[in-house]
Design a protein around this ligand. Structure first.
Ligand SMILES: Nc1nc2c(ncn2[C@@H]2O[C@H](COP(=O)(O)OP(=O)(O)OP(=O)(O)O)[C@@H](O)[C@H]2O)c(=O)[nH]1
Ligand SMILES: [Mg+2]
Length: 238
């Protein structure tokens, strides 16, 4: 076998997270994963239909740990709580820290603790939809568990998905995590107030997002200074 071919095979194995499994087990794992994703997709569709029936606008926010998801929701909710009755669902493996932070800005919150799971799924949201009086709300935000990988396996049934990264994660963060940008309508590059000090090349980050998904809207924000928060609300048509 040529060196080139060996390298190609090695690369394919690296791309397969289950490369240590034998062929039989690998088939089973892939099949099970596809079934789980298909069931999730069906439930997500149902969630979206129910939210729309009750005229609730919905946005799902995913992004890296500490990128500023909660901080941005706090800012947005502060502005929108006069106009909408807002429900925010927060996903974290433990604690209700984020829910408490957001609740202090006039929005009702529900914290879901996922334990060992690294993302919310459509079933979590379905449980809430089934148990809440949906006519009491106009707007739903969902903050997913901080993670740039797992949430790409599970849509939740929202109208829009935002992926948030920040200038502190390095200018390669978008290029290295393309999946969520492919399935999002908006990309937010947060903490622009720190970009100069860190020497982060924001232009590269914007270009990477556009290359991965030419239809994505890209916006730079600072939850600290409030820069572009109103513009983000505009982009979300809220
Ligand atoms: N300088 C600066 N700090 C920010 C900005 N946005 C968030 N932070 C800070 O970054 C830290 C993390 O922010 P969070 O809002 O908790 O981030 P998160 O994405 O919700 O984090 P997880 O839910 O743990 O994944 C906090 O100390 C925020 O105050 C920003 O735009 N600029
Ligand atoms: Mg948070």
């Amino acid at each position: 076998m040529s060196e080139k071919r060996k390298k190609e095979i090695q690369r394919i194995k690296e791309l397969e997270s289950i490369n240590l499994a034998t062929d039989g087990i690998r088939d089973l794992v892939v099949q099970t994963k596809m079934e789980v994703e298909r069931d999730n997709e069906l439930l997500a569709k149902q969630n979206n239909e129910e939210l729309r029936e009750h005229k609730i606008k919905s946005v799902d926010i995913v992004g890296a740990i500490g990128a500023g998801k909660t901080a941005l929701i706090e800012k947005i909710v502060e502005i929108l709580s006069e106009k909408y009755r807002i429900l925010v669902i927060c996903g974290d493996i433990t604690t209700r820290v984020d829910a408490d932070r957001i609740q202090s800005h006039n929005a009702e919150t529900i914290q879901i603790n996922t334990g060992r799971e690294c993302a919310l799924n459509a079933y979590h949201i379905h449980q809430i939809i089934e148990n809440k009086e949906l006519d009491d709300y106009d707007l739903l935000f969902i903050e997913n568990v901080g993670n740039l990988i797992c949430p790409s396996d599970f849509t939740l049934g929202t109208d829009k998905r935002i992926t948030i990264v920040s200038t502190t994660e390095g200018e390669w963060v978008i290029e290295k995590h393309p999946m969520l940008f492919k399935m999002s309508q908006v990309a937010v590059i947060n903490k622009v107030d720190l970009a100069e000090r860190l020497g982060t090349n924001i232009q590269k980050m914007i270009e990477d997002a556009k290359e991965i998904n030419p239809n994505i809207e890209v916006i730079t924000t600072s939850a600290k200074t409030g820069e572009n928060i109103n513009k983000l609300i505009e982009i979300l048509e809220l």
